[in-house]
Write a protein of this length. Structure first.
Length: 45
């Protein structure tokens, strides 16, 4: 997907290594942060 503009990825695949605990809350935090980011970008468009 290199070279694709405006592509955002959210999920467990964004972690560079596997963790030793359940990553559900961290994935949820990333999803909320991405939603806030997209909301701010779309609000300015």
């Amino acid at each position: 997907v290199h070279g694709v503009h405006n592509l955002y990825v959210a999920g467990g695949s964004v972690f560079p290594t596997s963790g030793h605990a359940n990553p559900t809350l961290m994935i949820l935090a990333f999803a909320i942060r991405l939603a806030d980011h997209l909301n701010s970008k779309l609000g300015k468009a």
